[in-house]
Design a protein around this ligand. Sequence first.
Ligand code: VGL
Ligand code: ZN
Length: 231
Amino acid sequence: MPLDLANVEPCNSAIIVVDVQNDFVSGSLAVRDAEQVITPINALLKLPFAIKIATQDYHPANHISFARNHEGKKEFDQIVIFPPAELVVGRTLEDERSLEGLEQVLWPVHCVQDTFGVAFVDGLEHEGLEVVRKGCDVGIECYSAFEDPWGLTNTGLKDKLRNKEISNVFVVGIAGDYCVKSTALDAKKYGFRTFVIRDAVRSVSDNGLEWIEMDKAGVEIIDTAEELLTS
Ligand code: VGL
Ligand code: ZN
Protein backbone atom coordinates (compact mmCIF):
# COMPACT_ATOMS: atom_id res chain seq x y z
CA MET A 1 0.00 0.00 0.00
CA PRO A 2 1.49 3.39 -0.91
CA LEU A 3 2.10 5.65 2.01
CA ASP A 4 -0.54 8.34 2.36
CA LEU A 5 0.64 11.13 4.58
CA ALA A 6 -2.17 13.53 3.60
CA ASN A 7 -3.47 14.13 7.13
CA VAL A 8 -0.22 13.57 8.90
CA GLU A 9 1.37 16.78 10.09
CA PRO A 10 4.16 17.19 12.61
CA CYS A 11 1.75 19.28 14.73
CA ASN A 12 -0.60 16.33 15.30
CA SER A 13 2.22 13.85 15.62
CA ALA A 14 4.66 12.62 18.23
CA ILE A 15 8.08 11.09 17.75
CA ILE A 16 9.31 8.47 20.20
CA VAL A 17 13.07 7.91 20.14
CA VAL A 18 13.52 4.54 21.79
CA ASP A 19 16.57 3.71 23.92
CA VAL A 20 19.40 5.39 22.01
CA GLN A 21 21.63 4.68 25.00
CA ASN A 22 25.32 3.82 25.34
CA ASP A 23 24.77 0.18 26.31
CA PHE A 24 22.76 -0.51 23.16
CA VAL A 25 25.25 1.22 20.86
CA SER A 26 28.71 0.51 22.26
CA GLY A 27 28.16 -1.20 25.62
CA SER A 28 27.11 -4.51 27.12
CA LEU A 29 24.17 -5.08 24.77
CA ALA A 30 25.52 -3.38 21.66
CA VAL A 31 23.26 -3.82 18.65
CA ARG A 32 25.03 -4.09 15.31
CA ASP A 33 25.27 -0.78 13.41
CA ALA A 34 23.17 0.95 16.06
CA GLU A 35 25.22 4.16 15.75
CA GLN A 36 23.77 4.52 12.24
CA VAL A 37 20.40 5.56 13.66
CA ILE A 38 21.79 8.79 15.08
CA THR A 39 21.97 10.79 11.84
CA PRO A 40 18.43 10.02 10.59
CA ILE A 41 16.99 10.52 14.09
CA ASN A 42 18.65 13.92 14.48
CA ALA A 43 17.25 14.94 11.08
CA LEU A 44 13.74 13.83 12.10
CA LEU A 45 14.00 15.71 15.39
CA LYS A 46 14.25 18.96 13.45
CA LEU A 47 10.63 18.53 12.32
CA PRO A 48 8.13 20.41 14.51
CA PHE A 49 6.50 17.40 16.20
CA ALA A 50 3.99 18.34 18.90
CA ILE A 51 5.76 16.03 21.33
CA LYS A 52 9.26 14.62 21.17
CA ILE A 53 9.93 11.76 23.55
CA ALA A 54 13.18 9.97 24.27
CA THR A 55 12.87 6.73 26.21
CA GLN A 56 15.48 5.23 28.48
CA ASP A 57 15.71 1.62 29.54
CA TYR A 58 16.39 2.28 33.23
CA HIS A 59 17.01 -0.81 35.31
CA PRO A 60 17.99 -1.33 38.93
CA ALA A 61 21.13 -3.52 39.26
CA ASN A 62 19.07 -6.45 40.55
CA HIS A 63 16.62 -6.36 37.64
CA ILE A 64 14.75 -9.53 36.72
CA SER A 65 15.88 -9.34 33.08
CA PHE A 66 19.59 -9.81 33.87
CA ALA A 67 20.98 -13.35 33.56
CA ARG A 68 23.30 -12.58 36.45
CA ASN A 69 20.32 -12.36 38.78
CA HIS A 70 19.18 -15.94 38.01
CA GLU A 71 21.28 -18.73 39.41
CA GLY A 72 22.40 -21.28 36.87
CA LYS A 73 21.27 -19.20 33.88
CA LYS A 74 23.39 -17.73 31.13
CA GLU A 75 22.93 -14.66 28.98
CA PHE A 76 20.31 -15.14 26.25
CA ASP A 77 18.72 -18.13 28.01
CA GLN A 78 14.95 -17.87 28.24
CA ILE A 79 12.82 -18.21 31.33
CA VAL A 80 9.13 -17.73 32.03
CA ILE A 81 8.25 -14.71 34.12
CA PHE A 82 5.01 -13.93 35.92
CA PRO A 83 3.56 -10.61 36.95
CA PRO A 84 4.53 -9.66 40.51
CA ALA A 85 1.92 -11.02 42.91
CA GLU A 86 1.35 -7.68 44.64
CA LEU A 87 0.23 -6.15 41.36
CA VAL A 88 -2.13 -8.96 40.53
CA VAL A 89 -4.08 -9.09 43.79
CA GLY A 90 -7.58 -7.79 43.28
CA ARG A 91 -7.02 -7.03 39.60
CA THR A 92 -8.97 -8.20 36.62
CA LEU A 93 -7.63 -7.26 33.24
CA GLU A 94 -9.89 -5.17 31.05
CA ASP A 95 -8.68 -6.64 27.80
CA GLU A 96 -7.93 -10.06 26.41
CA ARG A 97 -4.50 -10.39 27.97
CA SER A 98 -4.01 -13.04 30.58
CA LEU A 99 -1.82 -12.87 33.63
CA GLU A 100 0.00 -15.97 32.54
CA GLY A 101 3.73 -16.30 32.38
CA LEU A 102 5.63 -14.84 29.47
CA GLU A 103 8.87 -15.91 27.84
CA GLN A 104 11.67 -13.64 28.93
CA VAL A 105 15.14 -13.45 27.41
CA LEU A 106 17.84 -13.08 30.06
CA TRP A 107 20.14 -10.23 29.08
CA PRO A 108 23.61 -9.12 29.99
CA VAL A 109 23.54 -6.42 32.64
CA HIS A 110 22.58 -3.24 30.77
CA CYS A 111 21.21 0.26 31.28
CA VAL A 112 21.65 0.26 35.02
CA GLN A 113 20.41 3.46 36.66
CA ASP A 114 23.14 6.07 37.16
CA THR A 115 25.76 4.37 34.98
CA PHE A 116 27.43 5.45 31.73
CA GLY A 117 25.54 2.72 29.88
CA VAL A 118 22.15 4.24 30.64
CA ALA A 119 23.02 7.68 29.23
CA PHE A 120 21.97 8.87 25.79
CA VAL A 121 24.59 8.35 23.12
CA ASP A 122 26.87 11.24 22.43
CA GLY A 123 25.72 12.87 19.20
CA LEU A 124 22.01 12.25 19.73
CA GLU A 125 20.39 15.68 19.86
CA HIS A 126 18.20 14.93 22.85
CA GLU A 127 18.10 18.40 24.41
CA GLY A 128 14.51 19.44 25.02
CA LEU A 129 13.08 15.95 24.54
CA GLU A 130 10.77 14.61 27.24
CA VAL A 131 12.34 11.57 28.85
CA VAL A 132 10.24 8.48 29.58
CA ARG A 133 11.96 5.82 31.70
CA LYS A 134 10.93 2.18 31.70
CA GLY A 135 12.01 -1.07 33.30
CA CYS A 136 12.59 0.79 36.56
CA ASP A 137 10.90 -1.82 38.80
CA VAL A 138 13.04 -4.77 39.88
CA GLY A 139 10.48 -7.43 39.10
CA ILE A 140 8.93 -6.17 35.86
CA GLU A 141 10.35 -6.19 32.35
CA CYS A 142 9.00 -3.36 30.25
CA TYR A 143 10.02 -3.20 26.61
CA SER A 144 7.21 -0.84 25.62
CA ALA A 145 7.41 2.88 26.33
CA PHE A 146 3.73 2.65 27.34
CA GLU A 147 3.35 -0.22 29.81
CA ASP A 148 4.54 -3.60 31.05
CA PRO A 149 3.47 -6.69 29.07
CA TRP A 150 0.48 -7.30 31.33
CA GLY A 151 -0.62 -3.65 31.41
CA LEU A 152 -0.39 -3.61 35.21
CA THR A 153 1.93 -0.62 35.34
CA ASN A 154 2.33 2.21 32.87
CA THR A 155 4.62 5.15 32.17
CA GLY A 156 1.90 7.76 31.66
CA LEU A 157 2.82 8.09 27.98
CA LYS A 158 -0.61 7.15 26.63
CA ASP A 159 -2.33 9.90 28.63
CA LYS A 160 0.38 12.38 27.72
CA LEU A 161 -0.23 11.75 24.01
CA ARG A 162 -4.02 11.76 24.35
CA ASN A 163 -3.98 15.00 26.33
CA LYS A 164 -2.09 16.66 23.49
CA GLU A 165 -4.56 15.25 20.95
CA ILE A 166 -1.86 13.38 19.12
CA SER A 167 -3.12 11.33 16.16
CA ASN A 168 0.11 9.93 14.77
CA VAL A 169 3.11 8.36 16.43
CA PHE A 170 6.50 7.87 14.77
CA VAL A 171 8.76 5.32 16.44
CA VAL A 172 12.52 5.08 15.86
CA GLY A 173 15.53 3.76 17.77
CA ILE A 174 16.81 0.53 19.30
CA ALA A 175 16.12 -2.36 19.40
CA GLY A 176 13.73 -2.95 16.52
CA ASP A 177 12.80 -6.43 17.67
CA TYR A 178 12.26 -5.53 21.34
CA CYS A 179 11.53 -2.03 22.59
CA VAL A 180 10.77 -0.39 19.23
CA LYS A 181 8.37 -3.20 18.29
CA SER A 182 6.62 -3.28 21.67
CA THR A 183 6.25 0.50 21.68
CA ALA A 184 4.86 0.58 18.13
CA LEU A 185 2.41 -2.28 18.81
CA ASP A 186 1.13 -0.52 21.94
CA ALA A 187 0.80 2.81 20.12
CA LYS A 188 -1.26 1.09 17.44
CA LYS A 189 -3.34 -0.78 20.04
CA TYR A 190 -4.20 2.52 21.71
CA GLY A 191 -5.51 3.95 18.47
CA PHE A 192 -2.68 6.08 17.22
CA ARG A 193 -1.76 5.88 13.56
CA THR A 194 1.69 4.41 14.02
CA PHE A 195 4.76 4.58 11.81
CA VAL A 196 8.18 3.03 12.21
CA ILE A 197 11.05 4.40 10.15
CA ARG A 198 13.26 1.55 9.07
CA ASP A 199 16.57 3.34 8.51
CA ALA A 200 16.29 4.89 11.97
CA VAL A 201 15.97 1.46 13.65
CA ARG A 202 18.46 -1.37 14.31
CA SER A 203 17.59 -4.81 15.75
CA VAL A 204 19.28 -7.48 17.86
CA SER A 205 18.38 -10.25 15.41
CA ASP A 206 18.51 -9.85 11.66
CA ASN A 207 15.71 -12.29 10.84
CA GLY A 208 13.39 -9.37 10.09
CA LEU A 209 10.39 -10.97 11.80
CA GLU A 210 9.62 -7.79 13.73
CA TRP A 211 8.76 -5.98 10.48
CA ILE A 212 6.28 -8.68 9.50
CA GLU A 213 4.69 -8.62 12.95
CA MET A 214 4.38 -4.84 13.00
CA ASP A 215 2.99 -4.76 9.46
CA LYS A 216 0.37 -7.38 10.36
CA ALA A 217 -0.70 -5.28 13.33
CA GLY A 218 -1.29 -2.30 11.05
CA VAL A 219 1.85 -0.38 11.91
CA GLU A 220 3.01 1.50 8.80
CA ILE A 221 6.63 1.08 7.81
CA ILE A 222 8.50 3.91 6.14
CA ASP A 223 11.82 2.96 4.55
CA THR A 224 13.84 6.10 5.18
CA ALA A 225 13.70 9.27 7.21
CA GLU A 226 14.33 11.06 3.92
CA GLU A 227 10.85 10.12 2.69
CA LEU A 228 9.34 11.95 5.62
CA LEU A 229 11.66 14.92 5.47
CA THR A 230 10.84 15.55 1.82
CA SER A 231 7.09 14.81 1.95
C1 VGL B 1 15.86 -3.62 25.02
C2 VGL B 1 16.61 -5.72 25.50
C3 VGL B 1 16.56 -5.45 26.84
C4 VGL B 1 15.51 -2.61 23.97
C5 VGL B 1 15.79 -3.33 26.36
O1 VGL B 1 15.69 -1.40 24.22
O2 VGL B 1 15.05 -3.02 22.89
N1 VGL B 1 16.25 -4.82 24.59
N2 VGL B 1 16.15 -4.26 27.26
ZN1 ZN C 1 16.41 -3.72 29.29
